[in-house]
Design a protein around this ligand. Structure first.
Ligand SMILES: [Zn+2]
Ligand SMILES: [Zn+2]
Length: 440
């Protein structure tokens, strides 16, 4: 969704059109075969958007109230907090220009009158106040500064608006406070020290801060490497989980069990040039210049627990695709008749049932009410361990044979589908295609 201001510029309109055309182009270039002939209509949906604008004084949250790295100017009568922050920042940069140096500096600095003096430096450009985010970029260009805005939420600082002019120095960092419909900018005198205080981190002179994600670096070189990668991403903050939620435990035990048999395959193809006439641009933008012709395959059947393949086939004949389908069928039949069913373990020593304290599947201890059952492999008959009755019920030997192809998402699976359709036309192929040539 694009925010549209009262002044809908040509630039904004063409940006929206360009975005739509880019989406269409990406869709077409994925090989969908669809072409755009004309746009019949465009649906525009509007929603009221109330932009954030910093205006007049709001008290800082209690935990930040005594922060010396924040300057909260108490402008009760106007909406100019952004301008006051700029002027205060300018004073800070060039030395404070106070009316009475003998009086308390802090009181004078937080008084808007300090910045209303005629000699006080005002920013360049006329901007309507309260200052909204959409005007900040223009403000940065006119005043040759970068402005970044942060917010304080749930005890943490978060980035809200980060400048596109990140190579420009100097930098103005602002904190935006919220109070129902009122917003208020507060000047951050020293962002890194403020973040260190909020995050309870020891400040050192070599410490550098990424404004994009609040990650710390311990040298300028380290910071540059981080910044080059981080600035390509949207602003974010790192939030570590609490101590009671900082570990993961594997629970999907039924997915952990092996398949008794697995088939693996791979194809090789020739890339053959195709001679054809140029495509008609009114009908299609695709011109066929090459075609993949399958030249051979390798197919292997692996039985779990054996180090050598049960069967291995290589075929580089002209009919390799037909042979592949036939061989796959043969292997499937072989697997079906090889599936053994050992109802109970035979001949292996089983530990004393009472000495086992943990379920071998979920690794949780047995409770006094739990039924302890003997779990064995239904394919080989091996004793596996004692388990909870429920865990033993969940852990089942896989009753299908996975067929895994190397890099089949592109043309390999396309060959398989074509061959299957040719040899067995009545077979129903269920697939989720990405395009008409590329399958998942
Ligand atoms: Zn970062
Ligand atoms: Zn269990």
């Amino acid at each position: 969704m694009t925010p549209v201001h009262q002044r809908l510029s040509n630039e904004t309109f063409f940006h929206m059109v360009e975005k739509m055309l880019t989406v269409l182009f990406v869709f077409a270039s994925n090989g969908s075969g669809w072409i755009l002939q004309k746009i019949l209509w465009v649906d525009l949906k509007f929603a009221k958007f109330s932009p954030i604008r910093g205006s007049s004084f709001i008290e800082l949250p209690l935990c930040l109230r005594n922060q010396r790295y924040l300057l909260n100017i108490r402008n009760h009568d106007d909406f100019e907090c952004f301008n006051y922050c700029y002027t205060a920042w300018y004073h800070e940069l060039h030395g404070p220009n106070l009316a009475d140096p003998s009086r308390d500096i802090r009181t004078q600095l937080t008084n808007p009158a300090t910045y209303r003096k005629p000699e006080a430096t005002k920013p360049r450009g006329e901007f309507s106040m309260p200052m909204g985010f959409h005007d900040i970029h223009q403000f940065e260009i006119m005043n040759d500064v970068q402005v970044n805005v942060f917010q304080f939420s749930k005890g943490d600082l978060l980035p809200m608006y980060l400048s596109n002019n990140r190579n420009i120095e100097p930098t103005i960092d602002l904190l935006l406070l919220f109070n129902e419909d009122v917003h208020h900018y507060v000047l951050i005198n020293n962002l890194i020290k403020l973040v260190c205080t909020v995050k309870e981190k020891q400040f050192t002179n070599s410490l550098r801060l990424c404004r994009n994600c609040f990650a710390f670096s311990h040298s300028e070189e380290q910071h540059q490497v981080h910044d080059d990668a981080c600035r390509n991403h949207a602003p974010a903050t790192i939030k570590m989980p609490s101590d009671d939620k900082n570990s993961f435990r594997f629970k999907n035990f039924k997915a952990r069990w092996f398949a008794p048999f697995t088939i693996y395959f791979d194809f090789e193809s020739f890339l053959m040039p195709v001679s054809s006439c140029p495509a008609n641009p009114d009908a299609s933008s695709t011109e066929v210049i090459e075609q993949h012709i399958p030249s051979g395959f390798a197919l292997t059947l692996i039985e779990n627990g054996f180090s050598t393949p049960k069967e291995f086939v290589i075929d580089s004949s002209k009919n390799c695709m037909t042979n592949f389908i036939k061989k796959l069928h043969e292997m499937a039949r072989e697997v079906y008749y090889s599936k053994r069913r050992f109802p109970i373990y035979l001949g292996q020593q089983v530990p004393n049932r009472n000495s086992v304290v943990d379920c071998w599947i979920c690794e949780e201890p047995f409770g006094p009410e739990d039924t302890k059952v003997l779990d064995h492999c239904h394919h080989r008959g091996d004793f596996l361990g004692f388990a909870h009755e429920k865990c033993n019920w969940i852990r089942r030997t896989i009753n299908f044979t996975p067929v895994i192809g190397r890099n089949i998402a592109n043309y390999d699976l396309h060959h398989v589908c074509l061959a299957l359709r040719e040899i067995e036309p009545s077979t129903t192929i269920n697939i989720i295609p990405s395009t008409d040539e590329k399958y998942i």
